[in-house]
Ligand binder design. Structure first.
Ligand code: AHR
Length: 545
């Protein structure tokens, strides 16, 4: 099996197996069943809570296909500035206000030598990249990414190569980026024109090191041991750094949770966070049912809960005072462009890889997944929509311009309106039954799925509330009756929805506005207010309180 066939592996591991007979119910916290087309949400400030970390709305840029080359960097193009940065991508990402960006991979990082990508461009080697079988010219590297990140206003989240990479080169990378001056690697950075250290705070200790597709894959205890050693050395150079250990590549893995436990048993005290990854699909082979697909954020909810439980179990074993946070640093819909030539660059430069075309139903699930990340932001500190441009992305470039795919809209809504803290929300409403789809992975169990999935945030400084609601009902409008306990909405500031009659509708360069956010009438603001959610929709209601 070639290395990059994540999908093939998960299929063989049983993800696409037959349905289970056993029935179990797992819904979102605070939800109870009730009959009728009106879902009722009562919102309050009951428990004192901190503001959530906006890093939960991050994204991901990998050296993969056309993500970096022609997506972000295209010197010589009339669409690029003098640094070679695509100005349209730069403008879009800046406007989105993405808080953190993971780089340079992904699978790519496990064969990457960061030293090839720094220093004068003319001296950088062209290499054959083995994760995606593509030509890597190294014309864009760490310092270029730092410049770009600064230009778009995002924080870098860098990854170490724990595949072919040594501890020595990982530690040198931190010294190169974060040490001020007077040492071999910090002075090399200065010689490259970067006098000030980059001070990168968040780092991933490798990528999906449990995956048979991963270059330099390790056994859980080997990985945990290696991660521990590297982390220990890094903390000498920069004690402020936040280190993320590789958790399981997803619930479809045969070693799901066991991997996490064994890794953490080796390195718990040396790391700060644990990564989670997941991709969802609505393929015929997994049932092809939109009713089930739109409920997959409940699976994400479960994955978060289960992974947090493993972290807490190891915390107990170690008698550690430290609680790990979670980094959901890869999540998205991805099931069409995920095999064959979609994942094999055939030795070419900037090949078209993973160029998934997103439709309305994908955008609705992305809205649901964002709801889950908001709801679980007490435990998930970092999240990365995988990825940002051209590769399974909300933005696509051509030689003529840039396109916002359908999934751009829910992501933009969360980035724009979700601020402050998460409100306590008790919800009751009608559910529909969904049968299990696979033996492992998404929808392994039967479920009762709420038609309406809602979360709300409250920004105390701005005195604003935002309610995000997914209506999974494919045929009917549903009412969302909001009842506020300790705050009273005085005005509707904005109300936008993503909906449409054709769940398979997608934006194209020729027809870019088929799936966009539209204005919706939210009715009258007040302590009790009712919003009519269109069938098949994801809606944000932004209120002054
Ligand atoms: O995001 C695409 C790929 O999916 C990443 O490179 C890898 O980490 C995951 O399998």
């Amino acid at each position: 099996m070639s290395r990059n066939t994540r999908r093939q592996f998960l299929k063989q591991a049983g993800l696409a197996g037959a349905g289970l007979a056993a029935s179990s119910i797992f819904t979102v916290p605070g939800f109870s069943q009730a009959a009728g087309r009106t879902a009722r949400a009562s919102l309050g400030l009951v428990a004192p809570r901190k503001d959530f970390d906006r890093r939960v709305f991050g994204a991901f840029l990998e050296h993969l296909g056309r993500a970096v080359y022609t997506g972000v960097y295209e010197p010589g193009s009339k669409l690029s500035d003098k640094r070679g940065f695509r100005t349209d991508t730069l403008r879009e990402v800046k406007e989105l206000n993405v808080p953190i960006m993971r780089y340079p991979g992904g699978n790519f990082v496990s064969g990457y030598n960061w030293l090839d990508g720094v220093g004068p461009r003319k001296d950088r080697p062209t290499v054959l990249e083995r994760a995606w079988n593509s030509l890597e010219t190294n014309q864009f590297g760490t310092n270029d990414f730092m410049d770009w990140a600064k230009a778009v206003g995002t924080e870098p989240l860098l990854g170490f190569n724990l595949g072919t990479g040594t501890a020595e080169m990982a530690v040198a990378y931190v010294e190169y980026c974060n040490f001020a001056r007077g040492t071999k690697w910090s002075d090399l950075r200065r010689a490259h024109g970067y006098e000030q250290p980059h001070n990168v705070k968040y780092w991933c200790l490798g990528n999906e090191m449990d995956g048979p597709w991963q270059i330099g894959r390790l056994k859980a205890r080997e990985y945990g041991w290696k991660a521990r050693d590297i982390a220990q050395q890094i903390r000498v150079i920069d004690p402020e750094i936040q280190l993320i250990a590789c958790g399981s590549s997803g619930p479809g893995m045969p070693t799901y949770l066991e991997w996490d436990r064994e890794v953490l048993e080796e390195c718990y005290d040396m790391v700060d966070g644990l990564s989670l990854h997941v991709y969802y699909g609505n393929a015929d082979s997994t049932g092809g049912k939109t009713e089930r697909f739109l409920a997959m954020n409940i699976d994400m909810e479960r994955q978060i809960q289960e992974t947090a439980a493993v972290c807490d179990y190891v915390q107990g074993l170690k008698r550690s005072p430290k609680k790990l946070w979670l980094s959901f640093d890869e999540w998205n819909v991805w099931y069409r462009a995920n095999s064959g030539d979609h994942t094999n660059g055939h030795g070419k430069f900037a090949p078209k890889l993973l160029e998934e075309v997103y439709n309305l139903e994908d955008a609705l699930l992305v809205g649901g997944l964002l709801n889950t990340l908001i709801r679980r932001s007490d435990r998930v500190r970092v999240g990365c929509l995988a990825q940002i441009v051209n590769v399974i992305a909300p933005l696509m470039t051509s030689d003529k311009g840039i396109l916002r795919q359908s999934t751009y809209y829910p992501y933009a809504m969360a980035l724009k309106y979700a601020t402050g803290r998460v409100l306590d929300l008790q919800m009751e409403g009608e559910t529909y039954p969904v049968r299990a789809a696979g033996a492992r992975g998404s929808f392994a169990r039967d479920m009762d799925v709420p038609f309406v999935d809602a979360v709300a945030t409250y920004d105390a400084a701005k005195k604003q509330v935002a309610v995000f609601a997914l209506n999974r009902d494919l045929s009917n409008e549903r009412e969302l009756a909001l009842s506020f306990d300790d705050i009273t909405p005085s005005r509707v500031l904005a109300c936008e929805t993503i909906t449409g009659s054709d769940l398979k509708a997608a934006n194209t360069f020729e027809d870019p506005n088929k799936v966009v956010a539209q204005k919706l009438d939210a009715g009258t603001a007040g302590g009790k207010m009712t919003v009519k959610l269109p069938a098949r929709s994801y809606t944000v209601i932004h209120l002054a309180v």
